[in-house]
Design a protein around this ligand. Structure first.
Ligand SMILES: Nc1ncnc2c1ncn2[C@@H]1O[C@H](COP(=O)(O)OP(=O)(O)OP(=O)(O)O)[C@@H](O)[C@H]1O
Ligand SMILES: [Mg+2]
Length: 224
């Protein structure tokens, strides 16, 4: 039997999650701009590539080859051969590319070990004036991703933007409760000056509120 956890490339994050990303489930990282969401996604992708698997990487914000290269190190070129990158430009394309990803999961040369979607809500933001209809579409995308996670026995890692919930006077993740329910593990990143904190907000088998502190470095993050 395969282990049910997949390493993230960060010991701190693995420990927080009780060993790594859970297969057959969605893990969500949310936080303010520059808090480290994409860095953690790239680290997880690189760890999976280094283990010999492929990665499906859906990037809605413009993939940074430079940052990937920094994190992947000297083997970046060879590792990138197994990174299947999708860059949807609008919300409709996001849906199409999730469907296209399934082709790779079925037929990829090296088995796909991880599916990343960074960010799941950047394009959704532009649809927000559609109200419930936008929520419905986003949920549909996430249910599709969850279906792929289950069918192909892989973890799905998504990131999410935050906004100020004025009614409750606190910041919250976009995508409403639908996205919260569909994510089995949720990590909140906080940024104070140079320091960052990753806190567990939701998990099936770990206590909420545990955290670790880190800084962002050339090759990823360093736990402090
Ligand atoms: N080589 C590097 N060395 C140190 N810090 C770096 C390096 N590259 C990027 N950073 C820092 O990483 C931060 C950005 O991290 P990242 O892109 O992971 O954030 P994010 O949460 O994905 O942001 P966004 O919401 O804008 O997508 C910035 O503070 C930047 O200064
Ligand atoms: Mg980012």
């Amino acid at each position: 039997m395969k282990t049910d956890r997949v390493g993230t490339g960060s010991q701190g994050l693995d420990d927080l999650l009780g060993g790594g990303l859970e297969r057959r489930a969605i893990t969500q990282i949310y936080g303010e701009p520059a808090s480290g969401k994409s860095t953690l996604c790239l680290m997880a992708a690189v760890a999976c590539l280094r283990a010999g698997n492929s990665v499906v990487y859906i990037d809605t914000e413009g993939f940074s080859v430079e940052r990937f290269t920094q994190i992947a190190g000297e083997n970046a070129g060879a590792l990138a051969d197994r990174l299947y990158l999708f860059e949807p430009l609008d919300f409709a394309q996001q849906g199409t590319m999730i469907a296209d990803a399934e082709g790779l999961l079925k037929n990829g040369h090296a088995p796909v070990g991880l599916l990343v979607m960074d960010s799941a809500t950047a394009l959704y933001r532009t649809e927000l004036d559609l109200g419930r209809e936008a929520i419905r579409k986003l949920s549909h995308h996430m249910i599709k991703l969850l279906g792929l996670a289950k069918k192909y026995d892989i973890p799905v890692l998504i990131t999410n933007q935050i906004y100020m919930d004025v009614e409750r006077d606190r910041v919250a993740g976009l995508g409403g409760t639908a996205l919260e329910h569909l994510s089995k593990a949720i990590i909140r990143l906080e940024k104070k000056d140079g320091a960052r904190r990753a806190m567990l907000r939701k998990h099936r088998s770990r206590p909420e509120g545990i955290s670790f502190d880190f800084t962002i470095t050339e090759d990823g993050i360093r736990t402090v």
